[in-house]
Design a binder for this molecule. Sequence first.
Ligand code: ADP
Ligand code: S3P
Ligand code: MG
Length: 187
Amino acid sequence: MHKDKQLPFKEKNIILIGFMGVGKTTIGIHIAKKLNRDFIDVDQEIEKQYDMPVTQIFKTMGEQKFRQMEKEFIVDLCCNSRLKIISLGGGAFLQEEIRNVCLSTSIVFFLDLSFNLWKDRLHLLMDNRPVLQNKTLEEIEQLYYSRQGIYALNHSKVNTDYLKPEEVADNILHSLKLNWEINEPIN
Ligand SMILES: Nc1ncnc2c1ncn2[C@@H]1O[C@H](COP(=O)(O)OP(=O)(O)O)[C@@H](O)[C@H]1O
Ligand SMILES: O=C(O)C1=C[C@@H](OP(=O)(O)O)[C@@H](O)[C@H](O)C1
Ligand SMILES: [Mg+2]
């Protein structure tokens, strides 16, 4: 739809990135509601398409196949949609093609949560995040820090420490509104 032409700033998709469990899905839903826009969670879309949870996709088809599906879905979405609120899976941004298409077409917010606070959420994630399974806390901490450089490639970083999902959504909306005004003033 807009491969060669940039969309007006206000029409660009908004994309949330960050480590597993930081709240991309939860906060994305809040933002979409507040802006009255469609919400798309990439993992949920892949799950619908294959009629199985991500954990099962990893088991039966392997991680590489999941990464391929993830890439195809995100590239298509970025090139052929607008005005969407999109939550990526935490590993998606590791793929260069995904980073490039997201950063060149959309507004990318990195949701940051310090590891100390993230640890308290581990029990909520262990069962349905295949990447965490069979790892020690030390290995998970290494994975967390090894990905921070990749997440640093964003348009805006948002701190989520000690904030409720709705508060983070409000902070993102505030920042968006300021940017919309700066990029496209009313007069
Ligand atoms: N700001 C927050 N404070 C407390 N719990 C949260 C917050 N954001 C998300 N959660 C919880 O953490 C878990 C993971 O959230 P989720 O939105 O699925 O993260 P992600 O999509 O980044 O993996 C969920 O159980 C969710 O309710
Ligand atoms: O970080 C990762 O490699 C993954 C994160 C998950 O999404 P969330 O970040 O929404 O948990 C999901 O895509 C899959 O389990 C792999
Ligand atoms: Mg998610």
